[in-house]
Design a protein around this ligand. Structure first.
Ligand SMILES: Cc1cc2nc3c(=O)[nH]c(=O)nc-3n(C[C@H](O)[C@H](O)[C@H](O)COP(=O)(O)O)c2cc1C
Length: 310
């Protein structure tokens, strides 16, 4: 790719060629993004969240633009575990980058069944538990308090033997540090911070909510400084001492946003909304990050993680 080794990074035994990761739900199942972006240019992609059952998701409108970002209420639309394994998983090895499997569920049994089956395919080095989806009735249940989260993680941890366990949390947690500490105690190998922010928009002409579901999740530049704070606080308070990497996700549109998250404490950087604006933007961010690392006199990007001054 012409990008030197200085961007290589390691997230809980996953060796990535660079820290840029396509965020869950924004680039299809495995390789749909390849029509527009050479997947070998990025560190990893994350699948859309897979559930045990096939889900149609919410009725349209379920994505609307708004100032400083977008609102979505997709509702975890996906073809379900069995079809995902039969129809999509065979392309994981050939897609050109690392693939992280995102999963969701209504019950602990759901998460355990999906995690176990995906682990059993031997195709995923990491399974990301989405416990922070604002667009289904139970989407945020397991990320809402430390005890419930701990119970879920304990069961999933026991059900997987090969894959690393990543945990994706919400941006509006009352105590992100406490929740992250619980996730780490219960076996999380990496933290993914964060999902979308619960939000809504109203069409003043029709006086109806712009999303059919009423409310949804806000992503894009509007949430970036919120995520920078959370990554910073979690890194300083718990993740650094526990040696648990953070994937920072929220409003990364350019390399400067990614650099900010790395200085705050992120090892990996997810991009979601930016892909809807320009699906090639991750490659541009990788090139910008490379020039930035060089300009900082750093040999490796890892030397810059958490290096914000106070
Ligand atoms: C259309 C859309 C669908 C999403 N679907 C999922 C999903 O299936 N699972 C998940 O964990 N996050 C999902 N997300 C959240 C993103 O992965 C990401 O955490 C969030 O959008 C913030 O990053 P961004 O500001 O770069 O978009 C979705 C986001 C969008 C915009």
């Amino acid at each position: 790719m012409g990008i030197p080794d200085r961007l290589q990074t390691s997230i809980a035994t996953l060796q990535l060629r660079n820290p840029i990761i396509a965020a869950a739900g924004t680039s299809g199942y495995i390789d749909e993004l390849a029509d527009a972006l050479d997947l070998a240019a990025i560190g990893a992609i994350t699948t859309k969240s897979i559930t045990r059952e096939e889900r149609e998701g919410n009725t349209p409108w379920r994505v609307v633009p708004c100032s400083a970002g977008m609102l979505n209420a997709i509702g975890l639309a996906n073809k379900g575990l069995d079809r995902f394994i039969a129809e999509e998983v065979p392309r994981v090895r050939s897609c050109g980058t690392e693939v992280i499997a995102s999963i969701a569920g209504h019950t602990i049994d759901d998460y355990v069944a999906v995690a176990h089956a995906l682990d059993d395919t031997h195709q995923f080095k990491a399974i990301e538990l989405n416990v922070s989806c604002p667009n289904t009735i139970t989407g945020r249940h397991f990320g809402a308090d430390p005890a419930t989260l701990g119970e879920l993680l304990g069961e999933v941890r026991a059900a997987i033997t090969r894959s690393r366990m990543f945990v994706k949390l919400a941006p509006d947690m009352v105590d992100p540090v406490g929740m992250s500490a619980r996730a780490i105690e219960c076996g999380a190998n990496a933290l993914v911070l964060c999902n979308t922010m619960p939000a809504m928009a109203i069409d003043i002409t029709t006086r109806k909510t712009r999303l059919s579901r009423g409310q949804g999740g806000l992503s894009g530049p509007a949430i970036h400084p919120i995520v920078v704070r959370i990554v910073h606080d979690v890194y300083r308070s718990v993740a650094r001492s526990a040696n648990i990497p953070i994937i920072g996700v929220g409003g990364v549109m350019g390399w400067q946003d990614a650099a900010e998250l790395i200085l705050a404490g992120a090892t990996g950087v997810g991009m979601g909304t930016a892909l809807f604006v320009d699906p090639r933007s991750p490659a541009r961010v990788v090139r910008g990050l490379d020039r930035w690392v060089e300009s900082q006199g750093s040999v490796q990007i890892s030397e810059l993680i958490g290096q914000v001054g106070q």
